[in-house]
Design a protein around this ligand. Structure first.
Ligand code: DC
Length: 209
């Protein structure tokens, strides 16, 4: 049977990097669930849909394709903001829950693991997952890392703006009524404030062995 590796944590904590490493190492499928919210946000922007139009937003979610989810255009400040905003809508979370629960059945047949990262994977989507990792790092540390990443790409950026955006997204993730960001009771807490990605990955491998 495929075991779910659920990785949750706040924005810019390194979830997707760690999840990718685990997925490559064990040669198992990976779902970055944030991409679902981002892909819906991109459709909302492109189709100029009102943020309160439940019917149209649901249509966007129901019609998501693999291509939409893999799009390279899912990462911008505007999408960060809209994705964060729509993530507190109950009807949208319910619709996207179905997609996430289907993922291992569709893509991980015969595989030892399926890696899924997000905010509520260990608490809501796969509460029975055996392996749950909750990543954390101070918001200032996360902002500095993100700032460096963007600078390395040669893009213009501001540490203050990134920090403010991370804090705003944390507020949304931690305080929304539905599926707020919380460590599942049986999760392993991995504070990466003082760990780089290799050290984090080594710590995880030890848990698996
Ligand atoms: O992980 P990310 O930054 O790509 O996620 C984008 C947005 O989607 C973020 O604002 C939080 C939200 N999200 C969520 O509410 N639940 C998830 N399982 C994944 C992401």
């Amino acid at each position: 049977m495929t075991e779910i590796i659920a990785i949750d944590g706040p924005a810019s904590v390194g979830k997707s990097t760690l999840a990718k490493k685990i997925s490559n190492y064990y040669e198992v499928p990976l779902l970055n669930s944030g991409r679902l919210y981002r892909a819906v946000a991109l459709k909302i922007i492109n189709k100029k849909i009102n943020i309160n139009n439940k019917y149209k937003i649901l249509q966007c979610a129901k019609s998501l394709t693999g291509e939409n989810i893999k799009s390279e255009n899912l990462f911008s400040s505007k999408i960060d903001k809209i994705a964060s905003e729509i993530s507190s809508k109950k009807y949208l979370r319910k619709q996207l829950m179905a997609y996430q629960r289907e993922f291992p059945k569709k893509y991980a047949k015969g595989k030892k693991f399926a890696v899924i990262e997000g905010r509520d994977i260990g608490t809501e989507i796969f509460p029975h997952a055996k392996i749950k990792i909750f990543m954390w790092a101070d918001a200032k540390v996360r902002a500095k890392r993100r700032h460096l990443q963007i600078k390395k790409k040669g893009q213009k950026t501001s540490l203050k703006r990134i920090y403010d955006e991370i804090v705003a997204r944390d507020m949304n993730d931690l305080n929304r009524k539905i599926a707020p960001l919380r460590p599942a009771v049986n999760s392993v807490l991995l504070d990466t404030s003082y760990l780089d990605i290799e050290q984090a990955f080594n710590a995880i491998k030890r848990i698996f062995s």
